[in-house]
Design a protein around this ligand. Structure first.
Ligand SMILES: Cc1ncc(COP(=O)(O)O)c(C=O)c1O
Length: 417
């Protein structure tokens, strides 16, 4: 059983709640950085290993800046994410632009930043030519389709996924890049998500090593860049076991030694989001209602606008009631937000200690795909983010949305301006 720890004292959380109000997402910079170092150490046997943080997981420039300090790049998939990466001073081979159904202006921006442009489809080659873009660095996203039947609930089977190119298309695209004289060519895939088993992660790595060798044999080139995608899972549930990064590194080294002679100058990388920030973020929310009908409901002041995963995927997020960790968990609640959607529940039939109005609930592992997936249905506003720095100082890194923000795109008299 993994004990779901909170890296902040009760006093600090209460103080922040008093100063800034609830709800808030709070992030632990030290935890994030310590984890990154472990990840980098696990792959330090290779001269060029890099993690590109999947910006979509937590698109906050303060988080990205902090990660940049420990040599983490950015995996961007939209204009907004490219602009965030630029704002924190990333460019060139520190950015992978991995989008799909891509608007022209995003290719133009990625090219301006000299990013590694990862094409999702062979037809994107014609897009680049039409735009007169000959990228300095190009990459191709592989979808192995029915050859790999390993997808999971979140990402689905590769064959059914809209991402990436078939094997044939990818080989043709690499050939095009070689003929075009592009001197930096990469390959990429992302076929698993929230994966806790080494087997699944190593399967992706082996698939990409084999593809790199096939390209070497067919085209006579050594790819410059192999991106295994994101997808490293985190132990959301107490009974889950975290991925052993050291073993992942070690097993990858063995595969590399077996298969990758001559690839010493090839960058190998991941673009994880969840495993980088997920466990180091918490959503703190106050119990504001109690309702007893056929079930017992605790209504909190956060809702699906702040964290969508439970409602959208039925995802488990552990909940601790502050100060009641050791109180007997003999109540069964649905913990709910205020959206007019019955799936707006952070927990369903969860055993918890008795909760009173005013209690603070800590929802764990919200540091990735948490705040970022929020939306404004029902006119609900998304809430603030707070970063606790390495030295213990506290910074509000995003304020609460206001009704003025919400209405700012509406040109109608009598609305707040
Ligand atoms: C292309 C791509 N890369 C990386 C990621 C990050 O995945 P994770 O946060 O599970 O590591 C995603 C997630 O949606 C993705 O689509």
């Amino acid at each position: 059983m993994n004990v779901k720890k909170i890296p902040f004292s009760d006093e600090l959380l209460r103080e922040i709640a008093t100063t800034y109000g609830t709800p808030f997402h709070i992030y632990d910079e030290k935890g994030m950085k310590d984890n990154i170092k472990k990840f980098q150490e696990a792959f330090s046997w290779h001269a060029d290993f890099k993690e590109y943080f999947a910006v979509k997981a937590t698109p906050n420039p303060w988080i990205m800046k902090s990660l940049k300090e420990v040599n983490v790049g950015a995996d961007c998939s939209s204009m907004a994410e490219l602009i965030l990466a630029e704002a924190v001073g990333l460019e060139g081979e520190d950015i992978v632009f991995s989008s799909n159904d891509t608007p022209d202006e995003e290719f133009i921006k990625a090219n301006e930043l000299n990013a590694i442009i990862n094409l999702d489809d062979e037809s994107n080659i014609a897009d680049l030519e039409r735009l007169n873009i000959c990228p300095k660095r190009i990459c191709f996203r592989y979808n192995p389709g029915p050859d790999v039947n390993r997808g999971n609930g979140i990402i689905g089977k590769p064959e059914e996924a809209k991402y990436g190119m078939t094997h044939e298309q990818l080989l043709r695209s690499v050939h095009w890049a070689k003929e075009k004289g592009i001197s930096y060519i990469g390959i990429h895939t992302m076929i698993i998500s929230a994966e806790l088993e080494l087997k699944g992660l190593l399967g992706t790595i082996e698939l990409m090593f084999d593809l790199a060798n096939e390209i070497k044999n067919k085209e006579g080139i050594i790819v410059n860049f192999i991106d295994f995608g994101g997808g490293i899972g985190i132990p959301y549930k107490p009974e889950d076991t975290a991925v052993d990064l050291e073993r992942l590194g070690e097993e990858t080294r063995k595969l590399y030694e077996k298969k990758m002679k001559g690839f010493d100058n090839t960058r190998i990388c991941f673009e994880c989001g969840r495993s980088i920030t997920g466990p180091y973020g918490f959503l703190v929310t106050e119990a504001i209602h109690y309702k007893h009908i056929y079930r017992n409901y605790i209504g909190v002041d956060a809702c699906m606008a702040d964290l969508m995963r439970p409602g959208m995927y039925g995802a488990y997020h552990h909940i601790t009631v502050l100060g009641k960790e050791n109180t007997i968990h003999d109540q069964v609640y649905d913990v709910v937000g205020s959206l007019c959607e019955n799936c707006d529940k952070f927990a369903i039939q969860r055993k918890l200690p008795e909760i009173e109005k005013g209690d603070l609930l800590i929802i764990h592992d919200t540091g990735a795909h948490g705040h970022s997936m929020g939306f404004n249905y029902n006119g609900r506003l998304r809430h603030q983010e707070i970063l606790v720095h390495n030295d213990g100082s506290v910074q509000q890194i995003r304020r609460n949305e206001t009704l003025k923000d919400l209405f700012s795109t509406l040109d109608f008299p009598k609305l707040i301006k």
